[in-house]
Design a protein around this ligand. Structure first.
Ligand SMILES: NC(=O)c1ccc[n+]([C@@H]2O[C@H](COP(=O)([O-])OP(=O)(O)OC[C@H]3O[C@@H](n4cnc5c(N)ncnc54)[C@H](OP(=O)(O)O)[C@@H]3O)[C@@H](O)[C@H]2O)c1
Length: 341
């Protein structure tokens, strides 16, 4: 007999911001486990901007589209309550690719499932500082972006989890850090609470002009999370031989048709820029190693992340709209009824 399981099912391809009509909350019993499965009781759902792209039909993305009629896939934190896999036991706390649901059935030999420690002071950080966002921030800045002390570093979506962690890592590596964010409140937050040197409010006039004022000698490393007009604004302010680390292109994730490239693409040649793109599943296996580097900064209070927590699986779409519209600060999570913190 399975568990009663509510999950969000993709019923059609959403248009623009209208998720509500594309997703249904349905209830079914969890299937009987077969060899190799683990059954996870989800305690937190990690909401991630990239999930919006998987809802589209585009075939040229880094992950295939979610098939219609299937649950929405996402990273979860939860407890193994039944296991048919030799490496996982009942009671294990795991971070895994699961579903936007009460319970996730995952197959560790085929998809990402990793046991994590309960001893962390805040287990939610397994989905933030010490999870894929932290690894992307660290490796995107330190390795793909080759940040070095003295660089002028700019990051977009700076109040969001990936941008904020990238900015804090760059600061630890000795860069001068400027965040592009979406309100005066968020600009104050990233400078006062997260130690950014300066902030650009993208709602407050011309972003290119603001960057020009803040970066008179140009941007050495731009860490992009959004693409579109903000990428153009950064490109026209790059320093000679600058680097552009493409982490995400959030403003185009809802698009189905051709996506215009940056209008300032000519700057790649004019400024002899180096572009690099990266995708976190390529380096999940390096997570433990990256976490060993991040831990001293975290313990010293130099690497912080706050949470935007929404209670209840039924409120997942409201939480997701808050993420994509930027109506929140920090890491977006949905807390399910059985979270015990
Ligand atoms: N390459 C990888 O492996 C990898 C891994 C994780 C995440 N990412 C990428 O990182 C980016 C951020 O994702 P996340 O899941 O961490 O979400 P997030 O940054 O926590 O939330 C999204 C943020 O985007 C900003 N934003 C929203 N609408 C915008 C708009 N129209 N123009 C500019 N900025 C806007 C808002 O921050 P502000 O108000 O501060 O601007 C908002 O808080 C996404 O592009 C995602 O795909 C990539």
């Amino acid at each position: 007999m399975g568990e009663k399981n509510r999950y969000w099912r993709l019923t059609r391809r959403p248009i623009g911001d209208d998720y509500a009509s594309a997703l249904d909350l349905v209830e079914e019993e969890t299937p009987d486990l077969v060899d190799g499965d683990v059954l996870i009781r989800n305690t937190y759902l990690s909401l991630d901007a990239g999930t919006r792209m998987w809802m589209t039909a585009r075939e040229d993305s880094y992950s295939p589209p979610t098939p219609l009629g299937c649950p929405v896939i996402g990273m979860v934190l939860g407890e193994v309550i039944a296991s048919r896999h030799p490496d996982f036991r009942e009671g294990d706390l795991v971070r895994a690719y699961g579903q936007w649901s009460d319970f996730s059935v995952s197959r560790p030999d085929e998809t990402y499932v990793e046991r994590v420690s309960r001893r962390l002071d805040d287990v939610r950080q397994h989905l933030a500082v010490f999870g894929p966002n932290g690894w992307t921030g660290y490796l995107g800045v330190a390795e793909y972006g080759a940040a070095k002390a003295g660089d002028t570093f700019v990051v977009s979506a700076a109040s969001g989890v990936t941008g904020a962690l990238a900015g804090q890592v760059a600061a630890r590596l000795g860069c001068r850090v400027i965040g592009i964010t979406g309100s005066a409140e968020k600009a104050a937050w990233i400078t006062e609470d997260w130690g950014f040197d300066a902030a650009v409010n993208r709602q407050d006039g011309d972003v290119a002009e603001q960057l020009r004022t803040l970066c008179p000698d140009g941007i050495d490393l731009y860490f992009d999370n959004v693409g579109g007009e903000i990428l153009d604004a950064a490109l026209e302010n790059m320093a000679l031989f600058g680097r552009v680390a493409i982490c995400g292109l959030l403003t185009s994730y809802g698009e189905e048709g051709p996506i215009p490239g940056p209008y300032k693409f000519d700057q790649v040649l004019m400024k002899r820029l180096n572009f690099t793109g990266f995708f976190s599943p390529d380096f999940y296996h390096r997570g433990p190693d990256v976490n060993r580097r991040l831990r001293p900064w975290y313990e010293a209070g130099d690497l912080r992340m706050t949470f935007d927590v929404t209670d209840g699986l039924e409120n997942t779409l409201t939480a997701y709209s808050r993420l994509l519209s930027g109506a929140k600060i920090g890491k977006s999570l949905v807390r399910l009824g059985n979270a015990n913190d």
